[in-house]
Design a protein around this ligand. Structure first.
Ligand SMILES: *Cc1c(COP(=O)(O)O)cnc(C)c1O
Length: 362
């Protein structure tokens, strides 16, 4: 049997059918219908956020968030992330400036951040990598001092809290991804959460072609609306999210039990006060008897697919050739060359976790 790095959780078939049944009566399939409204209200609660706007995916949510703030010039971000973060900056006509990550949790290294700020810097877009939370306190201090906006890529951080506070409360805005591979999903989907409620209309207009009224189009918007079938999937999945995260925790605990004290295998330390969502299980092979690529191949030979995530770094993509220098983010490069995320999903059997560990350790 093939084991993929992830497997989408799905509600019971009948539960989803019941949820979408209304749509055959209403014939309202997209454009902010009843399911969309309901999911938005439920997520406002769950994520403990003052404001939320839903999108058809996380990437367009981030692009629209950047557009909504009218940002200019340079944006400080990290290259140890999914293509989306860097692309969203570039596609908005802004210039990414890459800060290195710290070697403990792979989020932005706030000790290196300040020296990258120039007169043209308008924004910081840090990433809560693997659900590890950035140093939000330091980031906020620096942002205040230089009057910068902060938009978090929180694609990995759904449901994570710090000292009981939802992660959506940090910075000016956060983007969440509800892609099928994420802890909570709407098949494809995403959201922006934000402090300033007056942004709500603009975000909603931007996802609908910039149409602001029956006869007016004020922004060069796109089409990034979440449809009713996506929202219905979200409503179902949200009912089971606590159970989903609890099951993932059991899998993670077994991995920890097996891999924690192995020489040459480095795992992320749990952060103090942080309630994790157990989104990923990253392993860094550093001085282990096998290197990362060898472990990857060894698992693959047994039909087990781990993922080199994140690799390559975004500042090393072909599309950015000649534009950035990976040597300026040596820690990110070091981690990207050695990291593997192991299969992790709610119904991954503990026997399979053991088998995966046996292959790695064998
Ligand atoms: C998944 C992901 C995104 C993009 O989200 P989509 O919903 O797939 O568009 C952005 N950033 C990070 C870090 C991600 O993991």
């Amino acid at each position: 049997m093939v084991i993929q790095v992830t497997r989408s959780s799905m509600p019971d078939f009948k539960e989803y059918i019941k949820e979408i049944k209304d749509l055959w009566n209403s014939r309202w399939l997209t454009n902010m219908g009843a399911k969309h409204k309901q999911l938005e209200a439920e997520l406002t609660q769950y994520l403990d956020t003052p404001n939320i706007t839903l999108f058809t995916n996380g990437h367009l949510a981030l692009e629209c968030a950047i557009a909504a703030f009218n940002l200019t010039g340079e944006v400080i971000t990290t290259p140890f992330t999914f293509a989306s973060t860097t692309h969203a900056i570039v596609r908005n006509g802004l210039e990414p400036v890459f800060c290195d990550v710290n070697p403990d949790d792979y989020t932005i290294d706030t000790d290196k951040l300040e020296s990258l700020i120039t007169k043209r810097t308008s924004t910081i877009i840090p990433v809560h990598v693997y659900g590890n939370i950035c140093n939000t306190i330091e980031i906020e201090k620096i942002a205040k001092k230089y009057n910068l906006k902060v938009i978090y890529d929180a694609a990995h951080a759904f449901g994570v809290t710090i000292d009981g506070v939802g992660v959506a409360n940090f910075g000016d805005a956060s983007m969440f991804s509800f892609h099928a591979t994420k802890v909570f999903h709407t098949i494809e989907g995403g959201a922006v959460t934000y402090k300033d409620g007056s942004l709500s209309k603009k975000l909603n207009d931007l996802k609908n072609f910039g149409i602001t009224g029956p006869e007016s189009v004020e922004y060069v918007g796109g089409n990034a609306k979440m449809n009713e079938f996506q929202a219905a999937m979200g409503i179902c999945n949200l009912r089971h999210i606590d159970d989903e995260i609890a099951k993932r925790k059991i899998v993670v605990e077994r991995y920890l039990e097996r891999l924690s004290s192995v020489k040459g295998i480095k795992l992320c330390k749990p952060q103090t006060g942080v309630k994790s969502n157990y989104a990923y299980f990253p392993v860094v092979f550093d001085g282990y008897k096998l290197n990362r690529d060898e472990v990857y191949e060894k698992l693959k030979a047994e039909n087990i697919y781990a993922r080199k995530y994140f690799y390559p770094l975004t500042n090393n993509f072909e599309c950015y050739k000649g534009r950035f220098n990976v040597e300026k983010t040596p820690v990110a490069k070091y981690i990207a060359d050695r990291v593997l995320t192991l299969p992790l999903y709610a119904d991954l059997a503990l026997d399979d976790v053991d088998r995966i560990c046996d292959i790695i350790l064998g």
